[in-house]
Ligand binder design. Structure first.
Ligand code: T1G
Length: 711
C-alpha cells in the first residue's frame, strides 16, 4: 500500500507530503494521514515547525469526489462533516507553526486544509479556489467561514459562487502570505523556520471581522444573491454558499460552521449535485476510447488549413489562430474570401470591445490566418478541415481534390453536420486519414467538437483529434458515423416535437420559454433563428431527394413555408420571430406563425388544444432520451455520458440536470417508457420505444443506475 502521507524532518522542520496521485485528492485515508502526521510533528522534539506539501504536480485538488456517492441522506453527510471540521480545528490548534506549501492547485478541501494551517506560501503559478458549486455543493470543510477571514467577504463570495480558481500571486496579502520563486519546499521550510524563531502561530478562525466588515459583508451577500438570481436560475448551490457565508457573519465562526455543514448536507444529496458530479467524470471519460490506447502515437499539428470561409469555416479558422496555429483559409473566389475575412475581423473586434483582446493581439492573431483562393501551400499542412456547403457532391469533390494536394499523412476532417464520412474517405483515396470534425455554431465560441469516426479512420488520427480538441479549447467527443451523428440525429426528434407541439396548440414563445425555464440558454425556435432556418430546410430537401426524413413521424410543413418565404431567422430579420432588422437580436412574436400552425393543423386534421409547459418538457426530453437510447444501442455513442456531454456543450442542456440521459434517469426510465407508450397511443406509431429503454426497464436499471428508481 503506497504511503499516501509521508513524514520526514528537514532542518528541524517536519515535512508532511501528500502523495495520492493524480491530484492528491482527500480520500478518507489521506485525511487520517494528515491528522496523524501533524499530531506526530507537534510531539516531535526534532521539529520546530511543520510544512504540508503535495507530491507530483499539485497541492490537494479537493476531497475525493467519488466519496459523496456514499452519502444517501443529509445525516450521513453531517456525521462525516463533523469529523472533518474537528480534524481541521486540530490542525489549527497546532502548537508549532503550520505552513501549507502550495503548487499547482489548492482547490476545495485542499484550500480548506491550507486555510486551517497558520500560514500559506505558494509558487507564483499556483492556483487556489473553492470550485464546489461546480459540483452542486458548497465548501464543506470550513471554507465558507475561513476564506472571508483571510481574503475578505467580497472575494470569498466570488470564489465560492463562481467556483473559478484564482492565481495565488493575486491572493498575496490575503489568503496567501508569501510567493516563493525557486524551489517551493526550500522556500517553505525557510518561511516556517522564521515563524518558529518568532514563535508565531495564527488560527484563521480567531481572525476577527470588524463591525464594519460584517455590515459591508452582509450587504455584499444581498448583492450577490440579486446577481445570481439572473445567472443561476434553477440552481441551489451558489445560493447555499451565500447563506453559509452570511451565517458566519451573523452568528460567528462556530455556529456559522454548523450552518455550513447543514447546507452542505442538503446540497450533496441533491439531484443537482449528482448531475454535476456525473458531468465532472463524464467530461473526463469522453477522452477515453476503448480501442485507442492512451499511448497511441499522435501527429504533430503545426500548420492547418480550412476550405470554405463561410460562417463555420471562418469560426474554425479562428480556433486555430487563437491556439497559435498558422492556418490557410481557402475560398472559391476573392469576393467570398473578403466576406469571410470581414466577418472574422468583426468577431475579433467584438472581443476587443469587450476587453478580451488588445489591438496588438488582434492583429497578431489575424496574421496567423492566410487567405487564399488556391491550394498552394496545402502540401505543407498537417490537417485540413473542409467546411463547404452541406452538399454531398460538393464535399466529395473537395475531398478528391484534398486527396491530391495534401501530404499522405495529412488529416482530412469534414465539418459536415449530417453526411456520411465514409463517402468522403473514399473520395479522398485515403480513408484512414479522414474523419468528421463537427463544430457547433458559432464555431469559435461553442466548446463541443463531435469527432466522427469513419469505418477506416486511423487510431492515430482519432488520438490526434482528441489532443487537438483540448488544444483548441474544445471538448472532443468521438461519435459514430450515422446520419446526423449524435447531436443532430437526436436534435431532429427534439425539433419534431417542438413543431408538432406548435401545430397542436402551443405557441413559439410558450415553447421557447418552457425550455429556457428548464435551463436551456435558448429554446428550439430561437436557436433555429440563430443557426438559420435555411440550414435545416436544405438538409430536409437533401433527405427528401434520397427518400429519407430526419425523424420518423409527421413532418410539419411550417418550417418549410418559412423557408419558402425567405424567412431564415435573425440574418433575414424574420424567422420564427420578427426582428428589428436583419442581424438584430431584438425579437417579437409574430402572429403569422400561429396562422401557419393553424393551417398545418387543419391539413393534418388536428384539433388544437391548450398545452402545458410540463407536457412540452416531457415530450421533448422523452424524445431525446428515447432516440439517445437508440444511438447508444447502435453503438454510435460509446457511453450515455458522451451523449450528455454532447448536449451540455453542443446545445447548452442545463448542467444541473446532467444532460438528457442523466435527466431521464432522474425522471425514472419506467416513467420515460410509459410516456413513449402513451404518446404512441395518442399521436401515432412513429413513437416506438427504443429496445434499450425497454430492456433497461425490464431489468430494473437506468442509463447510469443499477436500480431504475429515480436518482
Ligand atoms: N476527486 C476524485 N477524482 C478527481 C478529483 C477529485 N477531487 N479531481 C480530479 N480527479 C481525477 C479525474 O477524474 C481524473 O481521473 C484525474 O483525477 C485527473 O484529473 C470538502 C467538498 C485538479 C484542475 O472540484 O478541477 O473538496 O480520468 O483530468 O486536467 O469542501 O481535476 O484520469 O481517471 O481533471 O490536470 C473540489 C476537481 C472537490 C477539483 C486537474 N475540487 N478537479 O485538472 O486533470 S469537493 C474540485 C479538477 C471538495 C470540500 C469539498 C481538475 C484539476 P481519470 P483531470 P487536469
Amino acid at each position: 500500500m503506497p504511503e499516501l502521507v509521508r513524514y520526514e524532518v528537514k532542518d528541524r522542520v517536519a515535512v508532511i507530503t501528500i502523495d495520492n496521485p493524480p491530484v492528491n485528492a482527500l480520500s478518507p485515508a489521506v485525511w487520517t494521514g494528515i491528522d496523524e502526521a501533524v499530531a506526530r510533528a507537534n510531539a516531535d522534539p526534532a521539529a520546530d515547525a511543520i510544512v504540508i506539501i503535495g507530491a507530483g504536480t499539485t497541492f490537494i485538488a479537493g476531497a475525493d469526489i467519488k466519496v459523496f456517492d456514499l452519502f444517501k441522506t443529509p445525516h450521513d453527510s453531517m456525521a462525516r462533516s463533523e469529523t472533518t471540521h474537528a480534524l481541521l480545528r486540530r490542525l489549527e490548534d497546532s502548537t508549532k507553526p503550520l505552513v501549507a506549501a502550495i503548487h499547482g492547485n489548492a482547490l476545495g478541501g485542499g484550500m480548506e486544509v491550507a486555510m486551517s494551517c497558520h500560514f500559506r506560501v505558494a509558487a507564483r503559478d499556483a492556483k487556489i479556489g473553492q470550485p464546489e458549486v461546480l459540483l452542486g455543493i458548497i465548501p464543506g470543510a470550513g471554507g465558507t467561514q475561513r476564506l472571508p477571514r483571510l481574503a475578505g467577504v467580497e472575494a470569498a463570495l466570488k470564489m465560492c459562487t463562481d467556483g473559478k480558481a484564482v492565481p495565488a500571486a493575486a491572493a498575496k496579502g490575503g489568503a496567501i502570505d508569501e510567493i516563493v520563486d525557486g524551489d517551493l519546499l526550500t522556500g517553505a521550510i525557510a518561511f516556517a523556520a522564521r515563524k518558529a524563531a518568532a514563535r508565531e502561530t495564527r488560527k484563521t478562525r480567531d481572525i476577527a471581522l470588524s463591525g464594519d466588515q460584517i455590515t459591508r459583508g452582509l450587504a455584499a451577500c444581498a448583492a450577490a444573491r440579486d446577481a445570481l438570481a439572473k445567472t443561476a436560475r434553477g440552481q441551489r448551490a451558489p445560493f447555499a454558499a451565500i447563506d453559509a457565508i452570511e451565517a458566519g457573519l451573523q452568528l460567528g465562526f462556530d455556529r456559522g460552521s454548523v450552518r455550513e455543514r447543514e447546507l452542505f448536507a442538503e446540497c450533496v444529496v441533491s439531484t443537482e449535485s449528482k448531475a454535476l458530479r456525473h458531468l465532472f467524470f463524464a467530461e473526463r471519460e469522453v477522452a477515453k476510447i476503448p480501442d485507442v490506447p492512451k499511448d497511441t502515437p499522435t501527429l504533430e499539428i503545426r500548420r492547418a488549413a480550412v476550405v470554405g470561409a463561410g460562417t463555420m469555416g471562418g469560426g474554425i479558422a479562428m480556433n486555430y489562430a487563437n491556439a497559435g496555429i498558422p492556418v490557410l483559409l481557402k475560398e472559391i473566389d476573392q469576393a467570398a474570401l473578403d466576406r469571410g475575412l470581414a466577418t472574422i475581423r468583426r468577431n475579433y473586434e467584438v472581443s476587443m470591445s469587450k476587453g478580451k483582446l488588445t489591438p496588438e493581439q488582434l492583429e497578431k492573431t489575424l496574421a496567423l490566418i492566410t487567405p487564399t483562393t488556391s491550394y498552394d501551400g496545402f502540401d505543407r499542412v498537417d490537417i485540413v478541415t473542409e467546411a463547404v456547403f452541406e452538399n454531398m457532391d460538393l464535399k466529395k469533390q473537395t475531398f478528391a481534390e484534398l486527396g491530391r494536394v495534401t501530404r499522405p499523412d495529412c488529416i482530412l476532417a469534414s465539418n459536415s453536420s449530417t453526411l456520411d464520412i465514409d463517402e468522403f474517405g473514399r473520395a479522398s483515396g485515403r480513408p484512414a486519414q479522414v474523419l468528421g470534425h463537427h463544430y457547433f455554431s458559432p464555431a469559435n465560441v461553442m466548446k463541443l467538437l463531435e469527432i466522427v469516426r469513419g469505418r477506416e479512420t486511423g487510431k492515430d488520427v482519432l488520438a490526434t483529434s482528441l489532443k487537438l480538441a483540448k488544444r483548441l479549447g474544445k471538448v472532443g467527443v468521438v461519435v459514430g458515423n450515422c446520419f446526423g451523428f449524435v447531436a443532430n440525429r437526436m436534435l431532429a426528434y427534439y425539433m419534431r416535437e417542438a413543431y408538432l407541439l406548435l401545430e397542436e396548440g402551443a405557441s413559439v414563445p410558450q415553447i421557447d420559454n418552457a425550455l429556457t425555464a428548464f435551463g436551456l440558454p435558448v429554446g428550439p425556435f430561437g436557436m433555429q433563428d440563430i443557426a438559420g432556418i435555411d440550414v435545416g430546410a436544405r438538409i430536409r430537401q437533401y433527405l427528401k431527394s434520397i427518400g429519407k426524413s430526419r425523424a420518423e413521424g409527421p413532418q410539419s410543413e411550417v418550417p418549410d413555408r418559412l423557408y419558402e418565404m425567405g424567412r431564415y431567422g435573425q440574418k433575414t430579420g424574420a424567422g420564427w420571430y420578427k426582428y428589428d432588422a436583419p442581424g438584430s437580436r431584438n425579437r417579437t412574436p409574430d402572429p403569422l406563425i400561429d396562422t401557419l400552425a393553424q393551417e398545418a393543423a387543419a391539413k393534418r386534421g388536428i384539433t388544437r388544444r391548450p398545452i402545458t409547459d410540463d407536457e412540452i418538457i416531457a415530450r421533448i426530453t422523452t424524445a431525446l432520451a428515447n432516440e439517445g437510447a437508440r444511438v447508444l444501442d447502435e453503438g454510435f455513442a460509446l457511453r450515455a455520458g458522451d451523449i450528455d456531454v454532447v448536449y451540455v456543450y453542443g446545445f447548452g442542456f442545463p448542467r444541473h440536470r446532467g444532460g438528457p440521459m442523466f435527466y431521464a434517469d432522474t425522471v425514472g426510465l419506467p416513467t420515460v417508457l410509459a410516456r413513449v407508450k402513451e404518446y404512441r397511443a395518442r399521436f401515432g406509431d412513429y413513437w416506438q420505444p427504443a429496445p434499450l429503454l425497454e430492456r433497461l426497464v425490464a431489468e430494473g436499471r437506468g442509463f447510469y443506475t443499477g436500480a431504475a428508481a429515480a436518482v
